[in-house]
Design a protein around this ligand. Structure first.
Ligand SMILES: [Fe+2]
Length: 201
């Protein structure tokens, strides 16, 4: 029988890096301090939002997934589409020897999931394949990520604003987001805005 995506073999316990170890990885791969601040703070915010939205699954894994999910941003070069940060992060963590279960958070958190069909029909700059959240933990990391954006300045994004921005990708994506919203609810963005000092849009 095939194991579910990213699961370690039976009897083999997944070793999850600590917050400090993950922070050290960000420091190691960020090209400069501003990039580190932007990306690592975003990851910490997504982690706080995911903890608030958490309904089940392995919380330690969710936290590590949030803290690692955007590490591939540091590997983007000037000509790369931003969309590639997920696969670049996955490659980076794989090269470091991190387990698939952790590396997958990078390539499986974009939007509300990207299908092979999306890659082909939209001509996305990704190897053809499905980049969908398959586990409870992947789903929560992907969903929590939608409420904060690394724009300049970084902002919190309401569920309504995100739903509007998704509409250009079709009704299926909007419906998928509505399903996630039903399942997890919405974080208290006013409280998060106060805590982290970023506006809500
Ligand atoms: Fe993110």
């Amino acid at each position: 029988m095939r194991r579910p995506a990213g699961r370690p073999p039976p009897g083999c316990r997944l070793v999850i890096p600590t917050d400090r170890q993950i922070r050290a990885l960000h420091e190691r791969f960020a090209p400069n301090h501003a990039a580190f601040e932007l990306v690592h703070t975003h990851c910490e915010i997504v982690c706080a939002l995911a903890e608030e939205l958490y309904t089940g699954g392995d919380l330690e894994l969710v936290r590590a997934g949030c803290l690692l999910h955007d590490i591939g941003v540091y590997r983007l070069n000037e000509t790369d589409s931003y969309l590639r940060h997920g696969v670049l992060g996955h490659e980076l963590l794989r090269e470091l020897g991190l387990p698939e279960q952790l590396s997958r958070f990078c390539s499986h958190h974009t939007g509300v999931g990207i299908t092979r069909d999306d890659v082909i029909t939209l001509g996305l700059p990704l190897p053809p394949g499905d980049y969908l959240a398959e586990t409870t933990e992947e789903e929560l990391v992907m969903y929590a990520d939608k409420f904060h954006s690394k724009t300049s300045p970084p902002v919190f994004v309401t569920a309504d604003s995100y739903a509007v921005s998704l509409s250009r990708f079709g009704a299926g994506k909007v419906a998928r987001f509505a399903e996630l919203r039903d399942r997890y609810g919405e974080p208290n963005l006013d409280a998060a805005a106060k805590r982290f000092g970023h506006a809500v849009v």
